[in-house]
Design a protein around this ligand. Structure first.
Ligand SMILES: Cc1cc2nc3c(=O)[nH]c(=O)nc-3n(C[C@H](O)[C@H](O)[C@H](O)COP(=O)(O)OP(=O)(O)OC[C@H]3O[C@@H](n4cnc5c(N)ncnc54)[C@H](O)[C@@H]3O)c2cc1C
Length: 407
């Protein structure tokens, strides 16, 4: 049964993450919001802390539990009783760090959603070779966003190498990461089953940076567009099986999302908790008391709205915990991962904007981080599959429809 208290073995991790969020992220939030595209050098100091978190399974090992091993499992957990592995650890760590600043989290060295892709599909040798490196994930193309089955980047086997050609856009940490996990097709005629992920070193001469995006929020995080031109990689850099198995369809690469979506949901939980906490303080300063013993209609409107937001937040948090816990316990979680991402993305965006509104001109001004959080949070309802796409996946799963039957 799921236990909602923070597991004892992760308490230190959570407190370390909170310290980083408070002492490094928050004080630098505005600076890198203003200086888009300049690297937050303060994060380099964190290398040692990050290594510690990785050892505790907190960050870049996200999803490792799903492929076996995982970090920090107790003997009882290893027997399959109730396991809190790297998915829950990652979730708790990321949530805490995003309470500090989601843009800075997304540009933390040695992290990256690409690591979750590696953990989900890589074999033991690849896990050793790529584990712990900063890895970005490149799926999106000019003609393929929500419909990732439409990707056109090709991978052709020539001797001992794959040759990659195509274009990738909106790659988070694409300029700063050490590795880029690129989705490409082995044969466009064979559809989704031919799509595989390939690890490309960032300094590969076949990978050219085209431009960096200017964005609404998460400006501390670089978002890169690339061209892959005769980009040669060792054939051992293909993640998972090179066989095209039409029956498995998209299952191989899509497994990545079962691990990453709960994490993105966790990021949304972190940002919106920050919004709620700051709003509570500002309301208290303005003389608004929140009384949990009174029914909502007996309170001032602001207090009753605040309580409604908190309960919505709690529902999102519980769904997110469930999705990550299922991944740790090797239970199929595609449905719950999409439910969590949809609920947390929508709820967090809604909470951030309502908090700005509740705090009036103070909330809208740059004197408060609420204004920035309201801009930052929107991406969490977009990348790793938009709100609409998550709802589509949930509907397909509940109704037992294929992607061809329900588009
Ligand atoms: C800051 C940022 C960082 C990103 N980081 C990464 C990254 O690291 N790696 C990566 O690969 N990608 C990344 N992306 C890309 C992101 O995942 C895509 O933007 C997203 O998947 C949507 O694709 P699209 O922009 O092409 O929109 P489209 O797919 O064109 O969708 C446009 C709108 O139509 C809706 N829509 C589409 N299809 C349907 C449907 N069938 N039913 C109902 N509604 C539908 C969508 O929900 C959306 O609202 C990033 C994007 C941004 C903005």
């Amino acid at each position: 049964m799921i236990n909602l208290e923070t597991p004892k073995k992760f308490e230190f991790l959570v407190s370390q993450a909170h310290q980083v969020a408070t002492e490094i992220f928050r004080p630098n939030s505005r600076k890198y919001d203003g200086h888009e595209h300049s690297y937050p050098k303060e994060l380099d100091m964190l290398a040692a802390v990050i290594d510690g978190m990785n050892e505790g399974g907190a960050l870049s090992g996200a999803g490792a539990g799903a492929v076996g091993g995982g970090n920090g499992a107790t003997a009882k957990e290893k027997q399959g009783a109730n396991r809190n592995g790297s998915n829950i650890a990652s979730l708790l760590g990321l949530t805490e760090l995003c309470w500090g600043d989601v843009g800075l989290l997304l540009t933390m060295p040695r992290q990256g959603l690409g690591q979750a892709a590696i953990a989900a599909v890589a074999d033991e040798e690849q896990l050793k070779r790529f584990g712990g490196k900063w890895a970005a994930m490149a799926i999106t193309e000019p003609e393929a966003g929500s419909d990732s089955a439409a990707i056109r980047t090709t991978a052709t086997l020539e001797g001992d190498e794959y040759v990659l050609n195509g274009e990738k856009i909106f790659v988070t940490a694409g300029d700063r990461a050490e590795l880029i996990v690129v989705w490409a097709t082995l044969d466009r005629k064979q559809g989704r089953a031919a799509i595989k992920s390939f690890v490309v070193e960032r300094d590969n001469p076949g990978l050219t940076l085209e431009r960096l995006e200017h964005k609404l929020g998460i400006r501390a995080s670089d978002t890169a567009d690339f061209r892959l031109e005769n980009c040669r990689i060792p054939k051992e850099n293909l993640l998972g099986s090179p066989e095209i198995e039409p029956k498995r369809g998209f299952a191989g690469v899509m497994q990545t999302f079962d691990n990453t979506r709960p994490l993105v949901a966790g990021m949304a939980i972190g940002v919106s908790r920050a919004c709620l906490e700051r709003t509570r303080e500002l309301l208290a300063e303005g003389g608004v008391e929140i009384d949990y013993d009174l029914p909502p209609h007996s309170q001032v409107a602001a207090a009753s709205e605040f309580i409604a937001m908190e309960s919505d937040w709690e529902a999102a948090r519980l769904l997110t915990m469930q999705a990550a816990w299922m991944a740790d316990n090797k239970k199929p979680n595609s449905l719950q991962a999409s439910m969590a991402k949809a609920k947390a993305g929508r709820t967090a965006t809604d909470i951030a904007l309502r908090c700005v509104a509740l705090c009036g001109s103070i909330g809208y001004g740059e004197g408060e981080l609420l204004e920035k959080w309201a801009r930052d949070v929107k991406i969490l309802d977009l990348f790793e599959g938009t709100q609409q796409i998550q709802l589509l996946i949930v509907a397909r799963q509940l109704l037992g429809k294929t992607s061809a039957e329900l588009k």
